[in-house]
Ligand binder design. Structure first.
Ligand SMILES: *Cc1c(COP(=O)(O)O)cnc(C)c1O
Length: 403
């Protein structure tokens, strides 16, 4: 265990062979500047006080850890607790990281933030924090996603952000990130790139994880207080990987705690039909280590190394790469990854709504589906914490159409 925890810090920004900083020369300087600002912020009492204040009074932390008694009874397997990140301001865990990076932008004297968004949740969180801190905000979104996420686009505009439609490539998240990186190269002096997950070049994967690790710190205390023991299993959905690593991180040293990341299995195993990067054992093909958006990790690609198109019913999981720390945790077998289908996620969303009175985000519904599939093999004294990363308001069109 200790070797696992030590090696990522042996080389900053590396998780075993993964991670790193693969960017054009012009971005090295702002990345060093960001790394330095983040290192200082870690021990800066005024930064930490502002961060804690906004997490508590603006975002609504701590979030509850709720015993899901009816879901537990329905599945007849392990005891299930839900970490209620869906109750946060703006409806998902994304606000934790947006607050941290927004404060860093202020510290660095940068009056402008840019962000990419797929489902619109990170765009909304960024626009929200920018408004609160008095920063200019520009959000890049693919035109394909823009149509799927009209409500979130309206929210970003209401908050004063400029929303830029990206019409290149597959017109989704990957293309929005390309555009945001282009903007950053041009405007580095005035602009901070507020990246939304544990992706991109160092220091992003480490920094975003640290901002999200509050989820697991709270959950660990809460479960010890409620059950007087550690959980046996953690479940979370994995897009880029920020809500899952946010839950997992505080438990990495607890050898008895199994960690299960659930990816988007979409419509099936063929390349282009899913966004499962670490579920090869289940027949999801196409993922190999490679570089995308500044980091070395598992990437869905064809035989020539062209980035594959992906599919998921959930825009927040629909991305061809995974955070480099997850690639390393998978190699080490410290965490397990598997994928569930669009259909299983829809069924899980309906089940949670009807047993617990909580309509989950489609992303979070994947984690629930993963738990449902696994619960027959689990014991009654197993103890689960499932990260409910977001609420389902944004997905009501999809639910109404398909259920
Ligand atoms: C964005 C999003 C995700 C996926 O992103 P991660 O970085 O993997 O957490 C999951 N759930 C919700 C509700 C989201 O908005």
């Amino acid at each position: 265990m200790s070797s696992l925890l030590q090696s990522p810090t042996a080389t900053p920004g590396r998780f075993g062979p993964y991670g790193g900083r693969y960017v054009p020369e012009t971005l090295m300087v702002p990345l060093f500047e960001l790394e330095r600002a983040y290192e200082l912020a870690k021990t800066d009492p005024s930064f930490q006080a502002q961060f804690q204040d906004l997490l508590k009074n603006f975002a609504g932390r701590p979030t509850p850890l709720q015993f899901a008694s009816r879901l537990t009874a329905h599945l007849g397997g392990p005891r299930i607790y839900l970490k209620r990140e869906d109750l946060l301001h703006t409806g998902a865990h994304k606000i934790n990281n947006a607050i941290g990076q927004g404060l860093l932008a202020v510290k660095m004297g940068k009056p402008r933030v840019i962000a990419e968004t797929g489902a619109g949740q990170h765009g909304v969180a960024s626009a929200t924090v920018a408004a609160r801190l008095g920063l200019e905000c520009v959000v890049y979104i693919g035109t394909e996603d823009m149509a799927r996420q009209a409500l979130n686009v309206a929210r970003m505009r209401m908050l004063g952000a400029q929303v830029v439609a990206v019409d290149s490539g597959s017109r989704t998240l990957k293309d929005a990130i390309n555009e945001a990186m282009r903007d950053w190269v041009t405007n580095v002096r005035t602009t901070h790139y507020l990246l939304g997950s544990v992706l991109g070049a160092h220091p992003y994967p480490t920094m975003v994880r640290d901002f999200q690790a509050v989820i697991g710190r709270e959950a660990r205390e809460q479960i010890l207080s409620a059950e007087k023991r550690l959980p046996t299993h953690l479940f979370a959905c994995v897009g880029g990987g920020s809500n899952s690593i946010g839950l997992f991180y505080q438990f990495l040293g607890d050898a008895g705690v199994k960690m299960i990341g659930i990816e988007a299995g979409g419509r099936g195993g063929q390349l282009g039909e899913h966004a499962a990067r670490l579920a090869a054992a289940q027949g999801f093909v196409g993922a190999r280590p490679g570089v995308l958006h500044g980091t070395y990790t598992y990437v869905l690609q064809n035989e020539d190394g062209q980035i594959a198109t992906t599919h998921s019913i959930s825009a927040g999981l629909d991305y061809p790469a995974i955070g480099p720390e997850h690639a390393w945790l998978a190699d080490q077998r410290r965490a397990e990854y598997s994928a569930v289908s669009d259909e299983a996620a829809l069924d899980a969303a309906r089940l949670l709504s009807r047993t617990e009175g909580i309509i989950p985000a489609l992303e979070s519904a994947h984690a629930i589906a993963g738990l449902i599939e696994r619960s027959p093999q689990m014991r009654k004294d197993d103890l689960v914490i499932l990260n409910l990363s977001g609420r389902g308001d944004k997905d009501m069109d999809t639910y109404s159409r398909l259920l």
